[in-house]
Design a protein around this ligand. Structure first.
Ligand code: SPV
Ligand code: MG
Length: 669
């Protein structure tokens, strides 16, 4: 595309302002003349070729353009009859430079907003800028519009018209029709009229659509009064502020394109979501906040980068009060809608505006997201994530999964509450639920090979970190192999409990015979596991059964410190009491001496405590150990019974997911 800038005119209505240079060189701000601003916008839009018609002060103009040092190639075409002809003849003089290219045509005294220019350039059809809101000018251009296209342009029309400005984008084929007609006009000595007179003759063959800039700035400067109005508006535009928020740790051309557009609206501040906010709403960030921040700081057009701590924009909007918030239109529905609604509400409080651009669903961006998900599910990446999440969030949550589908529920379930999103951070592969799914008791009967198969099924369809219930860990000689296998698979943490002999589920408590291992033996098992592991991030968590087996708080604490000394990366304290008092007491007493070793709890019985309460007292991992099994199983039993009772499935239908939903539940890759 070439830009055609018409600068042959005399500009005599500007008085002394144009006594030493052409009108386009009039200053509109302290840093810009009309022309330097136009040329900067042209260069910023990626246009490289400029054809400029000149007239009086030809040399001054040429030297000035070159002095601006913009990445533009100029072809200057002097209209030798500039004082006797109109710009139709200037274009005629430049015609050899113009055939065959798409052209963006502007008068040299036109000042327009960057956003208006961007819209003109984006138009797929040839277009001319018009305003549906400005009053009709007496002596300036108006465009007659019929059926969505421009029929005539001139100062003499007053019916079916809108105020129009000489800023056009012209497709090569449309411009050829118009240019041919300009040539015909000029060669039959019709050189003192507007170029638009020629257009009016061929408008049926040259389709130009109106592009409505409404109240945005797009105005010619003809007089000193125009100059002061336009300068004030440009000044105001330069003060405008724009806010956008990004989580992206993987920037692609789509993001850059929207940043460039946003920067055209004013000074752009980017809010970068905190690691915690990204992890809560999307997935674990591939890059930490500081790195993401520095990437945005180095993108041209970005004036400032600030942290956005939550998904909600509220805090930053109240503080920054930007004139515009820019976002893709994808948040109008779905999960982000409440966030959008809040933004709209806050902007309305102070008169800010939401600008939404069409969301790009280009498959290449989906491919990139898929690639990063694939990366996250690789063993090394997945394994290391639990430790990082604990470090980042302080307290993480895990939900039980025992199959691919329950893994997907852990992976994909999200809720939005009070401007925050919540999702599970990790998955717990419970011995109880894995055994139950296989119809077997929770007594270490399901062998490791089979347990690994469950891990594999879940890993195949998810990306979140996995905490594995390793029961007693078995014989130390066996445990070291288990550790290495789990590491290889990408499991993040194994929890082994300090019991020996025939293990029964802890929730039986002392109702069944269970033997607690000696501190010495269990420490040896932990140390052997730690010595066997190959990667630094894999965690071995020692689970203390003293409270379950009613051995007392002191025993629990003695064991906890001994296990940490033996190398345990975390400890789990278990209880089957409804009252969380003993858990809180343990955590408090443990934390007095050990501020850092992560503490894990499984609040199946003491389920009244919230994650925030656990976090506040020093717990780092909260495991919901069996809820999916306990909810799925009775629902299935109920349906089975209902079918039997009715000797048909009709009555059970309302208890079931629809066929359509079940067959589309898991999309094919
Ligand atoms: C499991 O989920 O298998 C556990 C936790 O070990 S508990 O059932 O509470 O013992
Ligand atoms: Mg278990």
């Amino acid at each position: 595309m070439k830009a055609l800038v018409l600068n042959s005119g005399l500009g005599h209505r500007m008085g002394v302002l144009t006594s030493e240079h052409p009108k386009c060189m009039t200053e509109i701000t302290s840093r810009d003349t009309i022309l330097s601003r136009q040329l900067r916008l042209i260069a910023d839009a990626g246009i490289r070729e400029v054809v400029m018609t000149t007239g009086y002060y030809n040399e001054i103009l040429v030297n000035y353009c070159r002095s601006l040092d913009l990445p533009l190639h100029f072809t200057f075409v002097n209209n030798p009859l500039y004082d006797k002809t109109n710009y139709i003849y200037s274009i005629y003089c430049a015609k050899d430079e113009l055939y065959g290219d798409d052209i963006v045509l502007m008068h040299g005294d036109l000042v327009f907003e960057e956003e208006v220019f961007a819209r003109v350039l984006e138009s797929e059809e040839s277009c001319m800028t018009v305003s549906s809101t400005l009053a009709l000018p007496e002596k300036d251009f108006k465009a007659v519009i019929h059926n969505g296209r421009i029929d005539k342009v001139g100062i003499e029309f007053f019916t079916d018209v809108m105020a129009a400005q000489p800023l056009y984008k012209l497709r090569a084929d449309d411009f050829k029709v118009w240019l041919d007609e300009m040539v015909r006009f000029c060669e039959s000595d019709n050189r003192r009229c507007y170029a638009e007179n020629a257009f009016n003759e061929v408008s049926d063959k040259c389709k130009i659509i109106p592009l409505d800039f409404a109240d945005a700035l797009c105005a010619e400067i003809d007089t000193p009064e125009d100059l002061s109005v336009v300068s004030a508006k440009v000044h105001e535009l330069e003060q405008r502020s724009v806010y956008m928020c990004f989580s992206a740790d993987m920037l692609h051309s789509g993001h850059i394109a929207i940043i460039k557009k946003a920067a055209k609206l004013g000074k752009l501040t980017i809010g970068v979501l905190s690691d915690e906010a990204v992890a809560s709403y999307k997935r674990f960030p591939l890059m930490p906040y500081e790195e993401r921040k520095s990437i945005f700081e180095n993108i041209s057009g970005v004036c400032a980068v600030v942290e956005q701590k939550e998904l909600s924009y509220a805090e930053n909007l109240h503080r920054l009060r930007p004139d515009f918030v820019v976002h893709g239109d994808d948040w109008k529905t779905g999960f982000q809608k409440p966030i959008r609604d809040e933004v709209v509400e806050i902007l309305a409080e102070y008169g800010g505006k939401l600008v939404e651009y069409k969301y790009s669903d280009d498959p290449k961006y989906l491919e990139l997201e898929k690639a990063s998900r694939a990366q996250m599910s690789t063993p090394d990446f997945r394994r290391s994530r639990l430790k990082k999440l604990i470090g980042m969030k302080g307290c993480v949550s895990a939900l039980e999964a025992h199959s691919g589908i329950t893994g997907l529920i852990c992976e994909n379930t999200k809720v939005l509450r009070d401007g925050k999103t919540y999702q599970f951070d990790a998955m717990w592969i419970s011995s109880l639920c894995d055994s139950t799914a296989k119809g077997k008791p929770d007594i270490e009967l399901v062998d490791m090979t089979s347990r690994f198969r469950t891990i594999d099924d879940i890993m195949e369809v998810t990306t979140k970190p996995i905490i594995f219930d390793g029961d007693t860990g078995g014989l130390t000689e066996h445990f070291v192999y288990t550790v290495r296998s789990l590491e290889r698979m990408g499991v993040s943490m194994v929890i082994i409990e300090d019991k020996t002999g025939l293990k029964k589920n802890s929730l039986f408590g002392t109702e069944v015979a269970q033997t607690q291992d000696s501190i010495e033996n269990f420490c040896a098992k932990i140390s052997a596991g730690k010595a066997a592991q190959k990667t630094p991030e894999f965690m071995i968590c020692a689970r203390i059964e003293s409270l379950i087996l009613e051995m007392g708080m002191d025993d629990a604490l003695t064991r906890a410190f001994a296990y940490v000394k033996a190398g345990a990366d975390a400890i789990m304290i278990h209880s089957r009491k409804k009252d969380p008092a003993e858990i809180f007491e343990f955590v408090e007493r443990f934390r007095k001496e050990d501020k850092t070793t992560p503490i894990v709890v499984v609040p199946t019985s003491f389920n009244s405590v919230t994650e925030d309460e656990f976090k506040a007292c020093g717990v780092n991992v909260v495991i919901y150990a069996n809820q999916l099994t306990r909810s799925g199983f009775p629902a299935m039993q109920n349906v089975a019974r209902t079918i039997l009772e009715n000797r048909r499935a009709k009555e059970a239908d309302d208890m079931c997911m629809s066929i359509k939903d079940i067959i589309t539940l898991i999309p094919e890759e």
